[in-house]
Design a binder for this molecule. Structure first.
Ligand code: CMX
Length: 150
C-alpha cells in the first residue's frame, strides 16, 4: 500500500447527485410521496445549478439524495448532462476525512481531477470532482464535511 493511500479514509457515500428532467415532480416524489426530510436548497452560482438535498430519516441508512436543477435550461455541467444524456444519476459523492490528502494521492498516481485543489461546495463542504476519464466514465465527487467559518 502506498504511503499516500494511508493518509485518508473513504468514509462512505455522502450523497448521490440526481439530474431529473422534471425537478418539480422529483421534489414531490422524494418529499411528499416518500416523506424524505428536506435538508435545504442551495444555489451554486458558479456551477449554474440549484441543489436540493433530501435525506432518509433512519440513521442506520442515512442516505442523502441531491437533486440538481440547472438555473436555466442547458446551463452549466448539469444542463449539459441533461441535454446530452437525459435524466439520471449525475454523480456519486464519497465522504472522505481529508479531501486534500485524497486529491494529492490521486494526482500522484496520475488520476485526472477536475478540481486540482479542493474548493467549497454546497452545504458547508470541501469538495473535489474526479474526471470521468479516470473512473471508467463515472463522475465521482469527494466530499469533506466541515463547519465553514469564512
Ligand atoms: N457522468 C459521467 N460522465 C460524464 C458526466 C457525468 N455526470 N458529465 C459529462 N460526462 C462525460 C461525457 O459523457 C463526455 O464523455 P465522452 O467524451 O466519452 O463522450 C465527457 O464527460 C465530456 O463531457 P462534455 O459533455 O463534453 O462536458 P465537459 O467536458 O464540458 O464537462 C465535466 C464534463 C465532467 C468535466 C463537467 O461536467 C464537470 O466539470 N463536472 C464537475 C462539476 C459538476 O458536475 N457540477 C455540478 C454539480 C454541482 C454540485 O453538486 O455542487
Amino acid at each position: 500500500m502506498s504511503d499516500s493511500l494511508q493518509k485518508f479514509q473513504i468514509l462512505g457515500v455522502n450523497h448521490i447527485g440526481l439530474a431529473p428532467k422534471d425537478p418539480e415532480r422529483a421534489r414531490w416524489f422524494f418529499q411528499t410521496a416518500l416523506g424524505l426530510q428536506h435538508l435545504g436548497d442551495e444555489a451554486v452560482q458558479e456551477q449554474h445549478v440549484n441543489t436540493q438535498m433530501f435525506a432518509s430519516s433512519s440513521s442506520g441508512f442515512a442516505t442523502r439524495l441531491e437533486v440538481l436543477v440547472p438555473t436555466t435550461p442547458g446551463a452549466g455541467a448539469v444542463g449539459k448532462f441533461l441535454d446530452k444524456k437525459g435524466s439520471g444519476i449525475h454523480h456519486v459523492a464519497l465522504a472522505v476525512d481529508d479531501v486534500a490528502a485524497v486529491v494529492q494521492h490521486l494526482k500522484t498516481i496520475g488520476v485526472k481531477l477536475i478540481d486540482e485543489q479542493p474548493r467549497w461546495g454546497a452545504h458547508q463542504t470541501l469538495i473535489a470532482f474526479v474526471h470521468p476519464e479516470s473512473t471508467g466514465g463515472l463522475l465521482v465527487e469527494l466530499v469533506q464535511e466541515t463547519a465553514k467559518t469564512s
